[in-house]
Design a protein. Structure first.
Length: 246
């Protein structure tokens, strides 16, 4: 296990030395670890026999903060992935797959602040029915439950190697990319391994580029994060999709 193997008991270990120098007194790795732990708790899903937690996380930082850690994000990602694995074991959560923690810049965030998005990289087992699945949200020290909203949208592939395919969208965030571990896998070599994320937010779908090589475009314009409207054309590499809402 990495430097987060005993987070609660050794906070000073992470505020000193290498990481402190790199973060220059702004966001500290321990702050990111705490937010990851909170995200696991808030997005956990309860089935009949198990408690599932997201395994994929993207930590969004102000571009200046992101540039400040860009040289060692690989090391930091591995440490955070170790922490997620350890925390899941401690809380007896079942991860939907190997933990993945990525970092990205977001212009709308203030210096020193962060936002985390999470998702499940694999479908939950069919023998674990989720009719009574609930999301848990912390509010004034109490745990409240809220049933996952039933929302449906579609990505219709109009051009590219996957032309003719249609991907259904639900309320759980989905990662689109070339890697086999993505929720939506595209057979397009111009698409990055983890290219973009689709997420339901406050009654609308948004698409967020995950630092892809060729970028993500909506109606021909390159975006970092964009709210989608029915009929919008989404371009990832040479793959062109139409966003539709049922």
């Amino acid at each position: 296990m990495g430097v987060f193997s005993d987070l609660e008991g050794n906070l000073e270990k992470y505020i000193e030395g290498f990481f402190k120098d790199k973060f220059k007194g702004r966001i500290q790795p321990v702050d990111i670890a705490k937010r990851l732990s909170r995200e696991m708790r808030d997005r956990r899903r309860v089935s009949v026999n198990k408690i599932y937690a997201p395994n994929q996380y993207t930590v969004f930082l102000n571009p200046s903060d992101y540039d400040n850690i860009n040289a060692f994000t690989s090391t930091l990602s591995m440490e955070m992935q170790d922490y997620v694995l350890q925390k899941a074991g401690e809380k007896k959560y079942t991860l939907a797959g190997p933990p993945v923690v990525n970092f990205a810049g977001e212009e709308s965030l203030e210096t020193g602040s962060m936002r985390i998005e999470s998702g499940f990289s694999e479908a939950l087992p069919e023998d674990e029915p989720l009719e009574h699945t609930q999301f848990f949200h912390l509010n004034k020290g109490s745990v409240l439950t809220e049933k996952a909203p039933v929302v449906y949208g579609r990505l219709q592939v109009e051009a590219g190697p996957d032309r003719g395919r249609c991907f259904e969208l639900g309320a759980i965030p989905l990662v689109v990319g070339r890697h086999a571990g993505c929720d939506v896998v595209l057979n397009d070599t111009s698409v990055s391994r983890r290219h973009a994320r689709l997420e339901w937010r406050q009654g609308q779908y948004t698409v967020t580029d995950l630092g892809s090589t060729n970028g993500t475009r909506v109606n021909g314009l390159r975006i970092s994060t964009k709210t989608l409207k029915p009929g919008d054309v989404l371009t990832l590499g040479t793959t062109i999709c139409t966003f539709k809402v049922e």
